[in-house]
Design a protein around this ligand. Structure first.
Ligand code: BGC
Length: 447
């Protein structure tokens, strides 16, 4: 066997990512709580409930775990619905609580990254029409201003909006997220408002904190034509353009350009300091002339790719390298803001982890500037419309007792974080099935 180590650059951020509604529990004033109350919205009628009880203070023990296992960063989100429960009410206690969490990270020598919007909104914002109403742009900027002013002594790395592309598709095209709509025009209007809101938030943050670094987290999905038929190629390209490209391209050029709608939004041009990338999987795409609901496409996973426990994710690490290569075209530093797999038994996760990190290393070795990697997630948490059926945590969660269950991936990830690299010894110990791919004999060369 070839021995060696793929090292990452000095100062690389190694962490995990979480989001408020998924871990905090008892978040009663947001759109997702209301959604969970509606029948048929969440698989098996499950609810976030107490989640990982971070609002009750269990973030402390989870941060301890992260720190003790070599992580030097954490990405969390703050909930607008807690900080501004009504249009003219600001909850200083909620801000204090977030301040405490960020101080908790600082005390543990972990770099915080704060996401200012991760899928949920206050009920009162939804009642005003939510992201379909342009008024949301200023409302959101006001919330950002208030929050960043309170939290800036502890953080300078901000993600304005998590996955605007998923928020648009799931809320306004496939209807899995509130408000459960299916209308392309509305979806595009929402995307424009998200882009405008990002621009205003960018300015608000930089006014307060000139040294801030402000980005967005895009969910990059690989879309590959299922065959050589030109229509499959066009279908894959159309999905890529709408899903992956639209937000970062508009933010770069100031032009919102889609087949059915084109508009200049010059005030957002150049307003990204880094690009956050969330990568999970890659689809094969076929043109499907009758599938209007699915944008005239049919998507499925490559046959030879191992799938996650519930079939939600296919293991396609080469798509991760493509993701980073795609991201590089925007000329910005990149941070991997999410990557992971649902796997309660930890059968696939160790392999998924090392092969994805190797794919990332390959991209970075071509001089692509990536500053950190945040694994999704630290501990099992509430998976939106899929409820508790999917387990993405390095640590498992026993919902009844709140006990954390240490999965083997915890130790694998700890060794990677501490070494700042992936060694053949670590791969052999935790994911021997990946050795052939990461350390093939051919690397030894011949003499
Ligand atoms: C979201 C997370 C989610 C993860 C796994 C991402 O799209 O940002 O909130 O838990 O995927 O499903």
């Amino acid at each position: 066997m070839v021995k060696g180590t793929y090292y990452f650059p000095e100062g690389f951020l190694w962490g995990t990512a979480t989001a408020a509604h998924q871990v905090e529990g008892r978040s009663l004033n947001d759109t997702w709580h209301a959604w969970e109350e509606e029948e048929g919205r969440i698989l098996n009628g499950e609810k976030a409930g107490l989640a990982c009880d971070w609002w009750g203070g269990r973030w402390r023990e989870d941060f301890d775990r992260a720190q003790a296992t070599g992580q030097n960063a954490h990405r969390l989100s703050i909930a607008w619905s807690r900080i501004q429960p009504a249009p003219d009410v600001w909850d200083e206690d909620a801000l204090d609580r977030y301040r405490e969490m960020l101080m908790g990270l600082r005390d543990r020598k972990m770099t915080p990254m704060v996401t200012l919007h991760h899928f949920t909104d206050p009920i009162w914002v939804a009642e005003l029409g939510g992201w379909e109403n342009e008024a949301v742009v200023d409302l959101y900027a006001k919330f950002v201003h208030k929050s960043v002013r309170a939290l800036m002594p502890y953080c300078n790395l901000w993600v304005t909006i998590n996955e605007p592309n998923v928020f648009m598709v799931s809320g306004y095209l496939d209807g899995a997220f509130p408000p459960g709509k299916n209308d392309l025009n509305t979806a595009l209007l929402v995307m424009q408002n998200l882009i405008r809101a990002h621009g205003k938030a960018y300015d608000a943050i930089h006014d307060l904190q000139p040294q801030a670094r402000v980005g967005v987290a895009i969910n990059y999905r690989g879309f590959k034509p299922a065959s050589g038929w030109p229509f499959d190629g066009l279908a894959a390209k159309a999905l890529h353009t709408l899903f992956n490209d639209l937000f970062p391209r508009t933010t770069k050029d100031g032009v919102f350009n889609t087949i059915i709608k084109k508009e200049r939004i010059p005030e957002v041009a150049g307003k990204l300091d880094f690009l956050g990338l969330n990568y999970y999987s890659t689809d094969l795409v076929r043109f499907a002339p009758f599938a209007r609901q699915d944008m005239y496409t049919q998507r499925f996973y490559p046959e030879d790719a191992p799938q996650s426990e519930t079939g939600f994710i296919a293991h396609v690490p080469e798509g991760f390298e493509e993701c980073v290569r795609w991201g590089a075209q925007y000329g910005l530093p990149m941070i991997i803001t999410e990557n992971g797999v649902e796997d309660s038994q930890d059968d696939l996760r160790t392999r998924y982890l090392v092969e994805h990190l190797h794919a990332l290393w390959m991209a970075m070795n071509n001089n692509l500037p990536v500053e950190g990697y945040f694994h999704w997630s630290l501990v099992d948490n509430f998976e939106w419309e899929r409820g508790w059926s999917q387990r993405f945590g390095l640590w498992g969660l026993d919902l009844e007792t709140q006990a954390r269950i240490r999965r083997p991936s915890v130790d694998l990830y700890a060794e990677i974080c501490r070494l700042n690299g992936i060694s053949s010894a670590v791969v052999e110990k935790y994911a021997p099935e990946a050795l052939g791919r990461l350390f093939p004999d051919s690397l030894a060369g011949s003499d």
